[in-house]
Every structure is written in C-alpha cells, then in structure tokens.
Write a protein that binds this ligand. Structure first.
Ligand code: KIV
Ligand code: ZN
Length: 555
C-alpha cells in the first residue's frame, strides 16, 4: 500500500475564483496572542503580552484574539487586565477562544465580564479523522455538542447583560472535513445563535493542518459560500503553513470571496506556523489595496517580535529578512544601480514603482538605510560602482569600474566571504588614491607666464623618497606643466593616456574629482589615480601623483 496518495480534488462546476481579483481589503484578525503564543517554546509573560498587544494596535489591527482564558491563567489574567484597565480602544474588538464545552465556556465568559462587546470563538473538530479517532463522536453527536455550547453562551450572555456578545465558530480541520457536513454544521450554528437583523456570525474555516494545495482551499471556500443557506455569516480564513503555502492559500481563498483573515506576524504558530500576516498584507498593499495596516516601521516591528518570541525570521523571509533587499550578483547589482539612481524618472515612466529586482520600495517597509548592494566574489562592476558612489559620492568612469571590480573580486576570493564597506574602501584607495609615497605632493602653483601668455608656468614642491624637491616646468596647461615637472624625477618613462573630471555633489560648493590613467612605457602596464579638491587643477595633480605612485608600486 502506498504511504501517500494524490489528494482528491474538490468537485466544482463553473469555478469562478481564478478569474476574480481581490479588490478590497478583508477584515484582519491577529491571533498572535492565542495561536501564535500557544506554539512558542517560551510562552509570553503577562508583560510581554501587553507589549505585543500594543504593537498589534499600533500596526492597526481592529480584531485581536487575546487568548484561551479557560486553558491558561495567564490568558485569563491578561483578558482581565485589558478590561479592568480599559486597554481596549472603542473601535477594537477582542475575542477569546473556548472549546465546545459548557463548563469551559462559562469560565471563558467570566473572563469577559464588564466588557461592553465581546466575541466568543468556539471550535469543534469536524474532520472524520478527529471526530472518530480522537473524540470518538458521530456527526450527530458533534452537532449536539456545538448546540449545547451555543446554549451555554446564550445562558451566560443573559446573565451578563452589560456585554453584547458575538459568536465565532470554527469547524476545526475544515479542509479535511466532508464539505457538506461542514456547511450543514455551520448553517446550524447560525440558526442556533438566532442572529438578529443585520447581525452576523463569523464562520472561521481553518486549514488546521495544511494538507491540500492552495487551489483546493479556494475551491472549498467557493463551494462553501455558494451552498451555505444563511446570508448572515462572515467567512473567515485561518490557514496553517505545513506545506509552505498558507499565504497563497489565503490569497486564493480571498479571490473566492472570503471576508476575513486570521493569522500572525511573521507566521508564528503551531508547526510551520499560521499564515504570515506581514507577507499577506504587504502582498495586498503591493497590489494597490488599502489594507488599513501600517508596516512602514517593519524593522522595529521585527525587533520587538523577535525579542518577545525569541525567534528571528529567516534571512530570506519576504519583506523582513535581513537579505531580502540585498543583491550580491553582478548583473542584478548593475540593473539595480542603473535604475535606482533614476527612481523618480522610472516611477514617472511606468506610472508605478518598477525597479529591477526590487518588487517594492524598501523604504516603504522601513529599510531606508539598507545597503541594497552587498559585495562578495559574485559582485560586478555596477554594484561596486554603486557602493563607491554611495560611500564616497564618486561616479567612477567605466574603465575604473572594470579595474576596481577585478581587484575587489580577487580580494573577496582571497578572504572567501562577503567584504565590508571598509574593506571595499581599502581596495578602492589602494588602487586609485595611492599611498603618499614615493611622491608626496606639498604644493603646486600654476600661473601664466608673463612673457609667453599662452603658457603656464608650474612650480611643484614635493618630497620624493622623503627628499624635498622644487620642480618647475612650462607647458600649455596647468596639468601638462605639472606632468612635465614630474618627468624630472627618477621615474620609469610614462605617458598620461586619459584624463576625466567630474564633480562630487551639486552646486557652487561641489568638490571636483579627477581621474587619471598613466601608462608605464617600459612595462606597458596601466595605473590609475583619483584626486579630489575644491579646485579642479589641484584635484587633477593629486590624481596624477596617485597614478604615478601606483606606477611605482605596481610596475
Ligand atoms: O488551526 C485551527 O484550527 C485553530 C482553531 C482553533 C481555529 O486554531
Ligand atoms: Zn490555528
């Protein structure tokens, strides 16, 4: 007998959901303090729950399941603290979970005393697997258990008239339950509750264990909503992530028409977790839907949740992982660099955010200071140039980019790891700025020759191998005069093969930057130099000195 088999698909005629789009935000219910908390190796203390609850409010959650008061004293005390200390804003609804057992329901209702409105969430396992093999109940007995539970809630509610009670019901293991039975029991729940005009019952349909592909979950929701008799129901989703598809399942089930989602930040929850509300909500925001939630400080949210749960999301966790906005590969870096420097222009062109390899603007989730480009042996010239521009405001000419990329790659291969920005700066300086030796420039004055106005007289004061020298030369420009003066030093024969200049920053106060390429005529090898100064001539001569020192250092 095979151990695993293909999963029976859902029989559905005229399937609608694949052609439907999510066009508005569902209601969001955070179950971190209940489903998330019950799966933590070290459950949250009362103080930690208070901090987590505040975080959920700050993000914008209006529905929060705060615990399982009949099962945990901490949850009971937390619920009491919320009510006694008036910690629940008027526009927020808290809910509590209770099993379908009248005695435990009574205890649960006690925890809600004096709260003007409250949602009581009861559940019962409806799958054959659970019903028969865990609980030992028939379908009829299961329906009876739920009816008795509803009767207990109504009885307590009558004794607590100061509170308006609402009902949520979950057929646990919904996705492993016979669909017709799930529909019947849910219709019965709404009927037993006796909804008033305009009132609704939340029918929460959990993938308690993810045993089906996302398409099946959406199919089940579509069929459920079509066949359900009552119209007074809010259809809620609650997907676990055993197959890693909870976000996809929930999105497809929303396409099928569901109204509400339960989940946790970063997917904390039993086994592989609950649906990750951060990924799901940001996915919807990325589709242009106003979700009412604020994740603009996701970095801090992550810090708080990681500290409280003692678990950090994976480095590649969507939106929040340490590496999700980083590019190591050269071609990716090149593409990001080219477009990120023109991001406003790109926005205008596409009418929306569109940057290669960055599906959202990292700034929208608080990654303002992120280094999008990180350097290792896979990095290319574009990425390296981007980093240099970021750190030193120097836009390297192409030839300099190519040379630096080779040097950086060699260095990264040698150290066999990612390199830091300090190390990149060291490689950059070593190859382009040169050491102040053997030539150390002290002063350079270029001035027009009074007798020959077309010529520049250059006077250089420098140290060569530690010895002070004053050199003079006349040429048709200040840089040529400086180069001619340097030829008087004991240097290999050289040729200045390229010279470029640019500015660092914009405006009158911008510094000048000069790029010089010098060829050693004996070895034919080429060296590079960069110089910066508020005066372009001084920048140029600094670049020449750097290039000459490199000639002497590298041959
Ligand atoms: O996963 C689940 O089925 C649950 C229910 C109690 C809603 O957490
Ligand atoms: Zn759950």
């Amino acid at each position: 007998m095979p151990k695993y088999k293909a999963i029976e698909p859902i029989r559905i005629e005229n399937r609608q959901w694949p052609d439907q789009q999510i066009t508005s935000s569902p209601r969001w219910c955070a179950v971190d303090l209940r489903d998330g908390n019950q799966a933590l190796p070290n459950p949250l203390t009362l103080d930690q729950k208070k901090e987590y609850y505040q975080l959920l409010l700050d993000i914008g959650f209006k529905e929060i399941e705060v615990g399982f008061p009949s099962a945990s004293k901490d949850d009971y005390d937390f619920c009491r603290w919320l009510i006694d200390e008036k910690q629940i804003p008027e526009d927020v609804m808290i809910s509590v979970l209770a099993p379908s057992r009248p005695d435990l329901i009574r205890k649960t209702m006690e925890a809600l005393k004096d709260y003007p409105q409250a949602l009581v969430h009861i559940y019962v396992a409806t799958s054959d697997l659970h019903r028969e093999h865990v609980l030992g109940k028939t379908r009829e007995e299961t329906v009876k258990i739920v009816r008795e539970s509803i009767a207990a809630i109504k009885e307590c509610a009558a004794a607590q008239p100061e509170t308006r009670f609402y009902l949520e019901f979950s057929p646990e293991e919904f996705t492993d339950t016979d669909l017709d039975f799930a529909i019947d029991i849910c219709d019965d729940v709404v009927e037993q509750w006796g909804t008033e005009e305009g009132e609704t019952v939340i029918l929460n349909l959990p993938a308690t264990v993810e045993r089906r592909p996302p398409t099946h979950y959406a199919d089940m929701i579509e069929v459920f909503m079509k066949k359900l008799k009552t119209k007074q129901a809010v259809i809620s989703l609650h997907a676990h992530n055993d197959m890693g598809c909870a976000v996809a399942s929930t999105e497809m089930a929303l396409q099928a028409g569901a109204h509400r989602v339960e989940g946790t930040l970063f997917g904390h929850g039993e086994r592989s977790g609950n649906v990750d509300m951060v990924t799901l909500i940001l996915n919807l925001q990325y589709m242009g839907i106003d979700t009412g939630m604020n994740f603009s400080n996701l970095v801090e949210i992550n810090e708080v949740v990681s500290r409280l749960t003692q678990m950090r999301p994976h480095a590649r966790h969507p939106y929040v992982g340490d590496l999700v906005f980083s590019a190591f590969s050269g071609s990716h870096q090149d593409a990001i660099h080219k477009c990120l420097v023109r991001k406003d222009e790109m926005m205008e062109h596409f009418g929306q955010w569109k940057i290669p390899y960055l599906h959202v603007d990292p700034a929208d989730v608080g990654r303002n200071f992120e280094k999008f480009i990180r350097i290792n042996s896979q990095s290319g010239k574009g990425g390296i140039a981007h980093m240099i521009e970021l750190e030193h405001q120097i836009k390297l000419p192409r030839e300099f980019q190519v040379v630096l990329a080779k040097k950086v790659q060699a260095y990264a291969e040698e150290v066999s790891r990612e390199i830091t920005s300090d190390e990149l700066t060291d490689v950059f300086k070593a190859n382009f700025l040169g050491a102040d030796t053997p030539i150390e420039l002290i002063k350079y004055w270029p001035y027009p020759d009074e007798k020959k106005p077309s010529e520049i007289h250059g006077k250089v004061e420098l140290k060569f191998n530690g010895e002070e020298k004053t050199l003079e030369a006349d040429e048709d420009g200040p840089i040529a005069a400086f180069v001619a003066a340097c030829r008087q030093l004991d240097l290999p024969e050289f040729e200045l093969v390229n010279y470029e200049e640019d500015s660092l920053g914009k405006g009158a106060k911008a510094e000048a930057v000069a790029f010089v390429t010098v060829k050693n005529k004996q070895t034919q090898s080429v060296s590079y130099g960069i110089g910066t100064h508020s005066n372009i001539d001084q920048a140029a001569v600094k670049a020449v000195v750097a290039a000459l020192n490199n000639v002497l250092a590298y041959g």
